[in-house]
Design a protein around this ligand. Structure first.
Ligand code: NAP
Length: 244
């Protein structure tokens, strides 16, 4: 029977690349999105190209009720979620001193509380079956902190802490929890950076290029599968050597 992956924020960027990577390996894919209708064309592409089943699930993953409803719908459709990829996220740039409370809360709920909501909804099913893998998308800024991105860095540091602690807690239940920590990856999230800044970031990267969504999708797929069956609680940095 085909396995199923649920990817949050799979309509664009890294999430869409993950959807493609898993579909290529025969997984049914639940494509969560917030507002991008591109999710539907992606779903059609995956079915046409790889013959897999897909489900587009609109939900604001920063809201507990929407997240739980989405997981319930996915389990009803496919019976089980073998792999949960907590990918959806937003960035926020600006001085900490001018960060408004609602901005802070939006970043924390979208990037961190969402991981709590979706994981909490999926785990009872995984525990019952004594199997499953969770891969969270962190960020190198969660590892080392970024000036003028304090809320974002805090949310991603939270994801890293959650990954390590939960991995210890659920390992006896046969479930692995890991994170991929991307460096600078060329997606819509980087649109606010001009050409000059992107070139500077490239020059600062020891491997002399910026990352692609595919770089991250390959790492996520690796951590989710049998090749990584003795790996849990790890933060795999995929950043071209930017942070070592
Ligand atoms: P992106 O291209 O901006 O895509 C973000 C995705 O998240 C979209 O699918 C978006 O859905 C979804 N999303 C945002 N808010 C949501 C919400 N409330 N509910 C459900 N879905 C929501 O970003 P990306 O670069 O692929 O980033 C993906 C992940 O990688 C994020 O967690 C990000 O922090 C992390 N990351 C990215 C970089 C980078 O350089 N790009 C570096 C480190 C870490 P809609 O399309 O419907 O809006």
């Amino acid at each position: 029977m085909s396995k199923t992956v649920l990817i949050t924020g799979a309509s664009r960027g890294i999430g869409a690349a993950c959807a493609d990577r898993f579909a290529k390996e025969g997984y049914n894919v639940v494509i969560n999105y917030h507002s991008s209708r591109t999710a539907e064309s992606l779903a059609k592409h995956l079915t046409d190209e790889y013959g897999v089943k897909t489900l587009c699930a609109q939900a604001d993953i920063g809201k507990r009720a929407e997240c739980e409803e989405m997981i319930e719908k996915a389990i009803k459709e496919f019976g089980f979620i073998d792999v949960l990829v907590n990918n959806a996220g937003i960035s926020l740039s600006g001085l900490f001193t001018v960060t408004k409370e609602d901005e802070w809360e939006r970043v924390i709920s979208t990037n961190l509380s969402s991981v709590y909501y979706s994981t909490k909804a999926v785990l009872p099913h995984m525990i019952r079956e004594h199997k499953g893998a969770i891969v969270n998308i962190a960020s190198m800024w969660g590892e080392v902190g970024a000036s003028c991105e304090v809320a974002y860095s805090a949310s991603k540091a939270g994801v890293i802490g959650l990954t390590k602690a939960l991995a210890k807690e659920v390992a006896p239940s046969g479930i692995r929890v890991n994170a991929v920590s991307p460096g600078v990856i060329l997606t819509d999230m980087m649109k606010e950076y001009d050409e000059e800044t992107l070139n500077e970031l490239k020059d600062e990267t020891p491997l002399s290029r910026l990352g692609t969504p595919r770089d991250i999708a390959d790492a996520v797929f690796f951590l989710s599968g049998d090749q990584a069956e003795f790996i849990t609680g790890q933060i795999l940095s995929v950043n071209g050597g930017f942070v070592i």
